[in-house]
Every structure is written in structure tokens, then in C-alpha cells.
Design a protein around this ligand. Structure first.
Ligand SMILES: [Mg+2]
Length: 177
């Protein structure tokens, strides 16, 4: 079994970020997402989905609704399943104590242990500073993508040059070793 792990943010990275998306019918893939994931698997990466969903903690929708959105995303990706070896849906709001909520590295660290991954061969790709922060706290590398709501060139980790930035997930995966 491969020891390479790719941690993926969902909203703004794999699918279009729509605030508090709870309706599977509203899922829109970001162009190239399926090809990017397919390429990552061909490179030997196990895929892990790591998404903050504070809408659950706020009571806007349920964990089951978030799972239905994930299922619709996987349906649209059209890849042989299971696409993700593990998934973390962090339900906390920013005001609640963070257990798994990014930038907490907990899911990444637990996944590295559970799946026997080599941290030096693990990456996190996301569109927010919380994604980059979780990767940094877990001791793995990160890449930022420009498909979210915020220009990642404004992130300190990007402007300092410690995290590379790409137009899309597909472009980020194309640069993975
Ligand atoms: Mg995001």
C-alpha cells in the first residue's frame, strides 16, 4: 500500500464554494477536478477529504445533508470508488472549541497514523489559510489554489514563498512529485 497521502479541501477546491451548501442539486464541480484526482491516484496518492462545515454547528443543516453533498460530488467526479480513503467533516463553528476544524491538524495526524502514511510524502491542497495552517501544524506540505473566494496571494504563507499557489487543483496535482 502506498504511503503517499493527498488531503483535499472541498469547497473552493473540488466544488464551487457556495456558502452553507446543503442541497446536493447545487453541487458544481470545479473544472478539471476529476482529472486532477485521477492523476493523483495514478501518482500513487491515497485521497482524503477534509472539509470544515460550520453550517452543521450553526444548525443550518445536518451532517447527513453534508454527506449527501459529498455523495453528489463523488457522483459528478465519476471516478471508480471509493474516491476517498477517509473523510473528515468538521462541524464546529469558529466560536466552538476546535476538535477537527481546520487549522487543527488532528485529522491529518490521525490519518497519517491510521493509514501508515509518510508525512514527507503528504500534501494538503486548499483555497483557504485554514487549509495551509492545518498542513503546517501537521508537518506536511501544502499548495494553495485560486478557485476559492479569497485571492491566495494575500496569504502570508503564499506571499512568503513557503507555499506554492496554482490556478486549479489540476494544476497543483500536475506539480506533485
Ligand atoms: Mg475551501
Amino acid at each position: 500500500m502506498t504511503r503517499k497521502g493527498l488531503f483535499l479541501d472541498r469547497d473552493g477546491t473540488l466544488i464551487v464554494d457556495q456558502v452553507y451548501l446543503a442541497d446536493p442539486a447545487g453541487v458544481i464541480l470545479i473544472p478539471g477536478a476529476a482529472e486532477g484526482l485521477e492523476r493523483a491516484r495514478a501518482l500513487g496518492y491515497q485521497l482524503f477529504l477534509f472539509t470544515n462545515q460550520s453550517g452543521i454547528g450553526r444548525g443550518y443543516y445536518t451532517r447527513e445533508a453534508a454527506l449527501r453533498v459529498n455523495a453528489r460530488m463523488e457522483e459528478l467526479l465519476g471516478l471508480p470508488g471509493p474516491v476517498f480513503a477517509d473523510t473528515c467533516i468538521a462541524p464546529e463553528t469558529p466560536d466552538q472549541p476546535a476538535v477537527y476544524r481546520k487549522p487543527s491538524p488532528r485529522f491529518i495526524l490521525e490519518t497519517i497514523a491510521r493509514h501508515g502514511l509518510d508525512p514527507s510524502q503528504c500534501w494538503m491542497i486548499g483555497d483557504s489559510e485554514a487549509d495551509l495552517g492545518a498542513a503546517q501544524a501537521a508537518g506536511i506540505r501544502a499548495a494553495a489554489v485560486r478557485t476559492g473566494k479569497v485571492d491566495p496571494d494575500t496569504f502570508a504563507a503564499v506571499s512568503s514563498g513557503s507555499v506554492p499557489v496554482f490556478d486549479t487543483l489540476a494544476a497543483a496535482v500536475a506539480a506533485l512529485p
